[in-house]
Design a protein around this ligand. Sequence first.
Ligand SMILES: NC(=O)c1ccc[n+]([C@@H]2O[C@H](COP(=O)([O-])OP(=O)(O)OC[C@H]3O[C@@H](n4cnc5c(N)ncnc54)[C@H](O)[C@@H]3O)[C@@H](O)[C@H]2O)c1
Ligand SMILES: O=C(O)C(=O)C[C@]1(C(=O)O)C=C[C@@H](O)C=C1
Length: 369
Amino acid sequence: MEGNVLIIGLGLIGGSIALALKKEHQQATVIGYDLNEQQAKLAKSLKVVDDCCEFYEEAALEADFILISVPVMQASKVLEKLSTLDFRKQVLISDVGSTKERIVEAGAALFPQKNVTFIGGHPMAGSHKSGIIAAKAHLFENAFYVLTPTDLERDAKQVETLKDWLKGTKANFVTMSAGEHDLVAGVVSHFPHIVAAGLVHQAEDLQQKSPFVSRLAAGGFRDITRIASSNPTMWKDILIHNKETLLQLIDSWQEQMNLVKLDLEDGNEEKLFDFFQKAKEFRDGLPVKAKGAIPSFYDLYVDVPDYPGVISEITGYLATEQISITNIRIMETREEIYGVLRLSFQTDEDRQSATECLGQYTNYETYIV
Ligand SMILES: NC(=O)c1ccc[n+]([C@@H]2O[C@H](COP(=O)([O-])OP(=O)(O)OC[C@H]3O[C@@H](n4cnc5c(N)ncnc54)[C@H](O)[C@@H]3O)[C@@H](O)[C@H]2O)c1
Ligand SMILES: O=C(O)C(=O)C[C@]1(C(=O)O)C=C[C@@H](O)C=C1
């Protein structure tokens, strides 16, 4: 597509979308603005945008597409500022905020004029890293990208235009109401971030009792708390915007913890087993996507002798058969002789091929848990 694009907020998400958009629409001119001047300058020198501006009013009036990619409380302010401009041509405005209801309400109220259309958006993939340095063109490949038009029938054409602008993200677009989005995102994204931060606080408090807490915080603790390293401003804003949903989720979580507590106090083995078994069944049955909310993990465990170079030996065999691994980790050392390697694959077929490959080249035992 040809045209002028303005991206307001040149961090992880704004930068990633700019890269994907420029790749797909080489005729488009992408102008970037960021409150943090250094960030904007860096975006220009890294060629994430064609140019950057000190004030965005002029670029906004010339834009065909404006994307707002700032923390959600700031997004409402940017929308207010844009609404004071005298747009003469047709312009499509969207955002990438992790919450939708309040932003979409503001968009609908602030732009009654026919030539300005606001459609809320949320790419459901990201990272705990922030800033332009972490931006990647492929960040949203295969991830869900939620669009929340206020009136699907009226905005149908603009929704298609928006998808065209965002085509380079290679995301899977889904449309839903802003309310439904905030409920679902609350459950699968916002609330888990609260729990992750809570677990880290608990570990930090207990660190006073034993310095081993942080030294032994490996494996499961690291997996479940990675997202606690995310940007605090972004998450503070998300909680404020999605307050009602999150208050309800906190209540139901507390109820659930109380039940586990009672079962534990009673020593009710059957109920405790059920708690984990039912969670496992639901988790194992979640749809597997290459990227997005739930990453796919097909794990294969390998008992290997504990000597230097064993990892490159294994990866070498798999490379010979062109089998790609998404992750590799040493789990433990047994009796100082054997180690357990966990190899993760994107598909069950890759895992099967890896089992056969290691069976052919080595006598190491492989197993699936
Ligand atoms: N990080 C994720 O995983 C993720 C995923 C999907 C959506 N989101 C949403 O994307 C948005 C941006 O998040 P991010 O991860 O890119 O954050 P980020 O910190 O990497 O980038 C945000 C940028 O916005 C700039 N900014 C702040 N206020 C501004 C304003 N008023 N005007 C112009 N620039 C301003 C900051 O200087 C910063 O460079 C947030 O709304 C977030 O909820 C984040
Ligand atoms: O992978 C991560 O680090 C994320 O937290 C990404 C994540 C998520 O919760 O899934 C975080 C916030 C976004 O709005 C969308 C995606």
